[in-house]
Design a protein around this ligand. Structure first.
Ligand code: KIV
Length: 427
């Protein structure tokens, strides 16, 4: 079972309790308002404004370039989302080297809206941790691979392989717990040592690349959702590809712009073929009718749904379980006529002034006949609107009757008339 954000602000105590109750603590990084809001809405209980933002948001090669001002800005952005999740903000490189500096840096992050701060190291920062906790600021430790020391360590390597490292990490864990940390992140700690560190303390461990025995798991959100596709740590399996999704959307938008531009250019250059759907390169395009004077236009279309005669009896006697078939089909046809420009790729979006759909039984009682008329005062005709109304009315009939007649056929859909005039048509 996992811990989910409660219906109130999460507190450090909730995470101690989660450990005691054996609830796993899901934790993700958040760097701004939308990501914090999205994650809070799905109940992530613990959010970390990690200094990893230096790499995945600011483009630095590592976290040592991140400043307190960067952290303040991003923490403010996250806290504006007012998440129920507890917000931990990272103290960046060089901002907690002595207790006085550590407290003043931690205060700036708290003023920016953080609920707790995190710093890297054990014994080496013990005095700073004690000062922060004494100042009343909730503190989270970070042991194992310490990204702010990557330059000294020469890379991101697993920790706890040697006996010396094991002893030191267990001791660091004890020191942090005793100094008042309410949780500790374990980064790239070999899993059996992470398990020992977890079992030897009462505060939760939150692992990243440190195996399944930790009390919680933390990931950089970009690694999880594929929004920083140029590098993904080996231990992460992305569950989405938002980077690719963004590129696909942008690519499609640029293609749409490209087509629009070609259309504008060809309209400006050559009017002779301006009333066809094909441009000089043989590409489909929408006809430019802006230079055509508006006229009163009416189109009428028709079609039929061939059914077995008993179906008409059922309709007449109102025995169709789905309700009033003819009335529903009439409304569906009118609504569809209004949406024709959305449905047919090169069709103009037209504000039709009238649409009428009529339904009746054929004299031989073997079909339902539909006619639709559409009217407009515009530069282009409305035959597509009338035809769309007929087709959708017929499809609606088909849908409502398919349970009683398996052999229906939609047939003879065609344009019956099309007129235009300078004066309004006489009714
Ligand atoms: O900065 C960060 O994102 C972190 C995680 C790797 C735990 O500290």
């Amino acid at each position: 079972m996992i811990l989910r954000a409660l219906n109130r602000k999460m507190t450090p105590e909730d995470f101690r309790n989660a450990k005691a109750e054996g609830l796993l603590i899901p934790t993700l990084t958040a760097y701004d308002y939308p990501s914090a809001k999205l994650m809070d809405e799905v109940g992530v209980p613990l959010l970390l404004v990690g200094d990893s933002l230096g790499m995945v948001r600011l483009g630095f090669p590592d976290t040592t370039h991140v400043t307190l001002d960067h952290m303040v800005l991003h923490t403010q952005s996250v806290t504006r989302a007012k998440p129920r999740s507890l917000i931990i903000a990272d103290l960046p490189f060089g901002t907690y080297t002595d207790p006085v500096l550590a407290v003043s840096s931690a205060k700036r992050l708290m003023e920016a809206g953080a609920d707790a701060v995190k710093a890297e190291g054990g014994k080496s920062i013990e005095d700073s941790v004690r000062a922060i906790v004494q100042a009343g600021i909730p503190f989270v430790g970070h042991l194992g691979m310490l990204p702010q020391s990557v330059k000294q360590e020469g890379g991101y390597r697993k920790k706890g392989r040697t006996q010396e490292e094991r002893v030191r990490l267990l001791e660091d864990m004890r020191i942090l717990e005793e100094a008042g940390a309410f949780a500790v992140v374990l980064e790239l700690v070999i899993p059996d040592l992470a398990e020992d560190m977890t079992c030897s303390s009462e505060i939760p461990t939150i692992g990243i690349g440190s195996g399944a025995a930790c009390d919680g798991q933390v990931l950089v959100i970009d690694d999880l959702v594929g929004s920083f596709p140029w590098f993904t740590p080996k231990f992460v399996k992305p569950l989405a590809q938002t980077g690719l999704a963004i590129q696909n959307a942008v690519r499609e938008w640029m293609e749409v712009l490209d087509v629009g531009k070609a259309e504008l250019d060809s309209a400006a250059e050559d009017k002779s073929d301006s009333l066809t759907h094909i441009d000089a390169d043989g590409e489909a395009r929408m006809v430019d009718v802006s230079a055509k004077p508006p006229q009163y236009r009416v189109a009428v279309a028709g079609g039929r749904l061939r059914v077995q005669p008993f179906v008409l009896d059922l309709i007449e006697n109102q025995k169709i379980a789905k309700g009033n078939v003819l009335a529903t089909a009439r409304i569906a046809g009118i609504m569809a006529a209004k949406r024709t420009g959305d449905l047919i790729p090169l069709c103009h979006p037209l504000p039709i002034t009238h649409c009428d759909v009529n339904l009746g039984f054929s004299p031989a009682r073997e079909a339902i006949e539909v006619t639709a008329s559409a009217s407009i005062h515009a530069s282009t005709g409305v035959e597509m609107e009338a035809l769309t109304a007929v087709q959708v009315a017929l499809l609606t009939l088909y849908d409502m009757l398919k349970a009683v007649d398996k052999n229906m056929v939609i047939e003879e859909v065609k344009l019956l008339s099309k007129t235009k005039s300078a004066a309004p048509p006489v009714k």
